[in-house]
Design a protein around this ligand. Structure first.
Ligand code: DX5
Ligand code: ZN
Length: 233
């Protein structure tokens, strides 16, 4: 179970210091928005480059931009370990995933809430992570959309059936109230923005979210070796 706090709700005037407040995060999730793919604009390559120099933590870039084929490889080039582009925006997702691998980064593919799992079914062998949006992308602090949970379960079944080692990330409205449902559906990596940075002690919230996710995961029996003992999973 991985917790990847989003800095979207952090203080943009001091991002380096904000990242320093979540030392136990598994990665720092950075939301890049271009005001075209989503109706909001955040930050881009120069800021990511500066953050790269400011921290050794894994950088998990979430590109909510048009034409990721053109821009995504540059994020890998400046040293981001993981770069996620959206299925809805990519022109040649297979070529792009391979290019990211060539640059030494993990490749992630993102799905908006209304995009079905079948859109990426044939590409799963090409990526390291699938990001399922559980809000419409563009803003932090929105209400979690339960309607995406069947899609997460479907993706988990596909990943298990193919024996793939892919992270299944959920992004949007993840909190102490919703993370159990996400784990039960089969997610293993969780973006939390307002839940973490809206908290006085953000690193404690990271630990609490991870603890709850791990406890829930244990109870589902999915990764605890019970799968072959008649649980049906
Ligand atoms: C939304 C972003 C998310 C967002 C999550 O478009 O992709 O990463 O920052 O924020 P919360 O956890 O507040 O929904
Ligand atoms: Zn995001």
């Amino acid at each position: 179970m991985r917790i990847t706090p989003s800095i979207l709700n952090a203080d943009f005037a001091q991002l380096g210091a904000e990242i320093g407040r979540v030392p136990s995060a598994d990665a720092i999730h950075i939301d890049v928005m271009d005001n075209h793919f989503v109706p909001n604009m955040t930050l881009g390559l120069p800021v990511v480059e500066s953050l790269r120099a400011a921290t050794d933590q894994m950088l998990d870039i979430h590109l909510m931009i048009e034409d990721p084929d053109r821009w995504a490889p540059q994020y890998a080039e400046v040293g981001a370990e993981s770069v996620t582009f959206h299925m809805e925006a990519a022109h040649a997702p297979i070529r792009l995933a391979r290019e990211l691998h060539t640059q030494g980064a993990r490749a992630g593919i993102g799905l908006k809430p209304a995009t079905p799992a079948s859109a990426v079914a044939d590409l799963l062998g090409e990526v390291d992570m699938v990001l399922v949006m559980s809000v419409e992308p563009g803003f932090g602090g929105q209400k979690f959309l339960d309607l995406v949970l069947p899609k997460v379960a479907e993706l988990r079944r596909m990943i298990s059936a193919d024996g793939l080692d892919i992270w299944l990330q959920m992004d949007g409205g993840v909190s102490m109230e919703t993370i159990e449902r996400c784990v039960e559906a089969g997610a293993d990596t969780f973006v939390a923005g307002s839940a973490v940075f809206g908290c006085d002690q953000p690193d404690e919230m990271v630990a609490a979210l991870r603890r709850l996710a791990e406890e829930t995961d244990k109870n589902t029996g999915r990764t605890t070796g019970c799968a072959c003992q008649g649980s049906g999973r």
